[in-house]
Design a protein around this ligand. Structure first.
Ligand SMILES: [Zn+2]
Length: 453
């Protein structure tokens, strides 16, 4: 009896503890290392990142959105929308109706961002929650009249250490608690452009630094006691393709520059013709075999890149590794922006924390699927989006999932077991079959025969 009381009482205590911990809202830190091409993980050494993955999950390829540029892809990750739907359709944009311009250094006008609601805004609309950002495109802009409660104005000269210190400080002691935070770093994008992704010597040095940053991040989270309860996603916006001096498309040779305005140049050019769209289109169409020329309404469906006025009337898409230039200028050694079906344009995703499985590998998801997954982890109602929550279920501990190869394996296994059992039963039935007693009887009869005789 005494034992029973103790048992019941201890059960009651555990239950209370369980309830009190589940009251704490889940927390999520979203990290982006700009231009981290998916196959860097296979081709270079990442001891810290591999440890992170060993205790968490890895998605080997994230299919990002077209055009595979920085601003558009970072906004897709935090909204779950294709570019035509969230409105950040390039790093350089022009809006004909308002005559407004947008560029990397002129991005603070909410006009450009207000077509969507990023997750840090939705998170802050929840009672008793705040968001923080150590630099992510858009986090220093008043989107729908809101910035994260804690944020840094964008400056590429602020060190990784400073960004990390700020974001972990905010995650650690703020009231109301910071439940969603972002951390952004410009590498390995900057070096990928400079050296090209195939420059093993320089890229291995740069990627070792990235790995050290991951090591610092994990160490700091452990030191602050955040590591066990914080969900951390490490991902990127796009990959990087090797370019070359010999793969250049010179637009100036094809058409008089006075016939059009160039809003964005390479590897996806956005062209605003000054007079006759058809004439400009026809001339560009003949320009170069490595240049795909589309009228906005004819852009392939699979790009989801048509239905927005900020997409210019003519879009030029260079083949992988080709650079569009106006004069004889030299191309960068690495670039991105190309077709989002190219593996070289894909980033990866790794995640760790109470929401994620441990030691699980997944082949691919879409970058727009990250948003509904993050909303699920944070318990937020997602805004309408282009992502599919089901694609990320296998990564999450609270979801039941079965992938196709596993399903086929289970069906084949079950069929094999059934067939074996059926065969066994048939064999056994034959062995124990009824004629035996008769044959014995017959034997006995035969045995008896000589006696009778
Ligand atoms: Zn870049």
């Amino acid at each position: 009896m005494k034992f029973l009381v103790i048992l019941l009482f201890s059960g009651f205590i555990t239950d209370c503890r369980g309830n009190s911990s589940s009251v704490l809202p889940p927390k999520l830190l979203l990290v982006s290392f700009d231009g981290f091409r998916a196959d860097y993980l296979q081709n270079y050494e990442f001891p810290h990142l591999q440890n992170f993955i060993k205790e968490g999950v890895l998605v080997e390829h994230v299919k990002n959105v077209f055009i595979t540029k920085t601003f558009p892809n970072h906004y897709s990750i935090v909204t779950g929308l294709y570019e035509e739907s969230h409105g950040i359709v390039a790093n350089s944009m022009y809006d004909a109706a308002t005559k407004k311009h947008f560029s990397d250094f002129n991005d603070k006008d909410p006009f450009w961002w207000n077509e969507a609601v990023p997750i840090w805004v939705t998170n802050q609309l929840q009672e008793n929650r705040s968001s923080a950002a150590a630099m992510w495109p858009g986090t220093d802009v008043l989107i729908h009249n809101t910035t994260p409660s804690y944020f840094m104005n964008y400056s590429p000269s602020v060190s990784f250490r400073e960004r990390l210190n700020n974001v972990t400080m905010w995650l650690n002691n703020s009231s109301p608690p910071v439940t969603f935070a972002t951390l952004y770093w410009e590498e390995p994008d900057a070096s990928g452009h400079k050296y090209g992704p195939e420059d093993k010597e320089n890229m291995s040095r740069v990627l070792r630094e990235i790995d050290d940053h991951v090591g610092d991040l994990v160490q700091r989270l452990k030191m602050l006691g955040l590591w066990e309860n914080l969900n951390v996603i490490i991902t990127s916006d796009h990959g990087m393709a090797q370019c070359s001096q010999s793969r250049v498309i010179n637009l100036g040779r094809c058409l008089d520059p006075s016939a059009y305005t160039i809003i964005d140049l390479t590897p996806i050019a956005a062209i605003l013709p000054k007079i006759n769209i058809t004439m400009v289109y026809n001339k560009l169409k003949m320009c170069d075999p490595h240049l795909n020329v589309y009228l906005r309404e004819d852009i392939p469906e699979r790009f989801y890149y048509r239905h927005n006025d900020r997409i210019q009337p003519i879009i030029l898409v260079a083949d992988e590794g080709w650079t569009i230039v106006l004069n004889e200028s030299s191309p960068k050694l690495g670039d991105h922006g190309y077709d989002n079906s190219l593996p070289s344009m894909h980033p990866f995703l790794a995640a760790h924390g109470p929401a994620f499985h441990k030691g699980y590998k997944h082949s691919t998801i879409n970058s727009v699927d990250i948003y509904p997954m993050m909303c699920h982890i944070l318990g937020l109602k997602p805004q309408p989006n282009n992502g599919t929550f089901g694609h990320t279920k296998c990564l999450l501990v609270d979801q039941w999932c079965i992938n196709l190869p596993e399903a086929i394996g289970i069906v084949i296994g079950a069929l094999l077991i059934l067939t074996t059992l059926t065969c066994l039963i048939i064999i056994l039935q034959n062995r124990l079959s009824v004629p035996r007693p008769f044959s014995r009887l017959q034997l006995q009869e035969e045995d008896d025969d000589p006696l009778i005789g």
